[in-house]
Design a binder for this molecule. Structure first.
Ligand SMILES: Nc1ncnc2c1ncn2[C@@H]1O[C@H](COP(=O)(O)OP(=O)(O)OP(=O)(O)O)[C@@H](O)[C@H]1O
Ligand SMILES: [Mg+2]
Length: 412
């Protein structure tokens, strides 16, 4: 007997784009973990995609218990909102502060949902068709997001309704998605509470990462006259009408974020898991490079929901996703990252960065040290190619931070 009505989980097939019912989530009681069962039809069809290659192996006929998030499976939690979307849902549905994650899953709707999963109460897939705002509506979208975050009445009632019905994307900052041709862009404006121009800083940093040869999400920054500064970041989980399967690093690490123990938040562990789920070795090196980049630029908000993997249909395997939400701390030079750089160590030193190098696939420590030295030079040389758009004070802050980091991380 189930106390909550089961929630059916749908997947847009990466190969054909068809929606299928992949399974069912249910909770038997307040204190009971939720259970996920792969649909017999999905198992019988011998479809090859596990929705979570670490925690939900593709085994039919058994109910898989949820071990975290008070009984919601990690990969379903990935498709729920965080602080921003929750705040909207709480306001709209008068949800209590201790509402269960599955309530947010149920209420957040499928329109903008992250990745290729969707949910509903019918056995057969039923996904709302959503008309995302267009690029020409960027200014209106930003104005409405700011009105929402400042609890002002709607500026444009239709846009407000649309944004209220698409609260499912994660993260703390106000955000919306717009469409431009085949591309979807995540839009994040500056906030009154920001102590720096965060959208400009994020855009600069994504460009710096790309200029350093790393795989960073593409972004565009807008700021004309007195209009608010805003970044739009290309959504890698959308391409035209196809949604792409994704999974957060929190899920891959079987770690709860936010709230869980930090012991499981780890770059070298994540590198090993990438290998285990079939990603090529270059993704492990890319992860090492991102860890070093975060250390150098002082992005200490590198938590396990700020890394992800994506299923590459053509390659038939999981890959590390492009890097996103990489923003240097604008207030102080961090001495540690949020994820471990080596077992039990969060602090940023040459020693800690190289300590678990073998787990990223380096041959030996010497090999890793040579790689690190070349990477430090590449990141240093890329800075002058992208710094022009930064305000003078931020440019100085980051230039000094870069110099300090290079001193710290270069061999004595
Ligand atoms: N380029 C992208 N393509 C697809 N999904 C993305 C992209 N960027 C972010 N996401 C997803 O949206 C979520 C929120 O985005 P992001 O991390 O940029 O927001 P934020 O509010 O700044 O987050 P935080 O609370 O970590 O500061 C991410 O956790 C990730 O799941
Ligand atoms: Mg984030």
């Amino acid at each position: 007997m189930t106390t909550s009505k089961p929630l059916y989980v749908y997947l847009q097939r990466p190969d054909t784009g068809e929606w299928v019912t992949v399974g069912r989530y249910a909770r038997r009681g307040e204190e009971e973990p939720g259970m996920f069962l792969y649909a017999p039809s999905y198992i019988d069809a011998r479809l090859p995609w596990s929705i979570d290659p670490v925690n939900l192996p593709l085994i039919g006929g058994i109910e898989h218990p949820a071990n975290r998030y008070r009984g919601l499976h990690d990969v379903l939690r990935d498709t729920c909102p965080d602080a921003w979307g929750r705040q909207l849902l709480q306001r709209e549905f008068q949800l209590p502060d201790n509402a269960h994650d599955s309530d947010y899953l149920r209420l957040a709707r499928n329109g903008d949902r992250w990745g290729a999963l969707a949910t509903g109460t019918s056995r057969k897939p039923s996904i709302d068709a959503l008309k995302s705002p267009k690029l020409q509506q960027l200014d209106g979208l930003v104005e409405e997001l700011l009105a929402m975050s400042e609890r002002r009445p709607p500026v444009d009632a239709r846009l407000r309704k649309l944004l209220m019905s698409t609260p499912s994307m994660g993260g703390a900052r106000p955000k919306g998605t717009l469409r431009d041709g085949k591309d979807y862009w995540l839009v994040k404006p500056i906030l009154q509470s920001d102590i720096a121009d965060i959208p400009r800083l994020e855009h600069f940093t994504l460009k710096w990462g790309a200029a350093s040869g790393l795989n960073f999400a593409r972004s565009v920054h807008h700021q004309v006259g007195n209009a608010p500064s805003v970044i739009r970041v290309l959504r890698f989980d959308r391409q035209d009408d196809t949604r792409r399967m994704v999974i957060s690093a929190a899920s891959l690490l079987s770690a709860e974020y936010p709230g869980g123990p930090r012991a499981g938040w780890s770059y070298p562990l994540l590198a090993q898991i990438l290998q285990r789920i079939g990603a090529p070795q270059r993704d492990q090196i890319e992860l090492f490079n991102r860890m070093v980049f975060n250390a150098i630029v002082g992005n200490d908000d590198d938590h396990p929901r700020n890394h992800a993997a994506i299923y590459e249909t053509e390659e038939k395997r999981w890959r590390l996703s492009p890097a996103f939400d990489v923003v240097p701390n604008p207030e102080m030079d961090p001495k540690a990252l949020t994820m471990q750089v080596s077992a039990g160590r969060f602090d940023i030193t040459r020693e800690t960065i190289l300590a678990d190098a073998l787990l990223f696939g380096f041959k030996d420590r010497r090999d890793a040290a040579l790689h690190l030295d070349a990477l430090l030079s590449t990141i240093r040389d890329a800075f002058p190619t992208v710094e022009a758009d930064l305000p003078v004070d931020v440019r100085r802050l980051l230039r000094d931070r870069l110099a300090n980091s290079l001193r710290e991380l270069t061999a004595a």
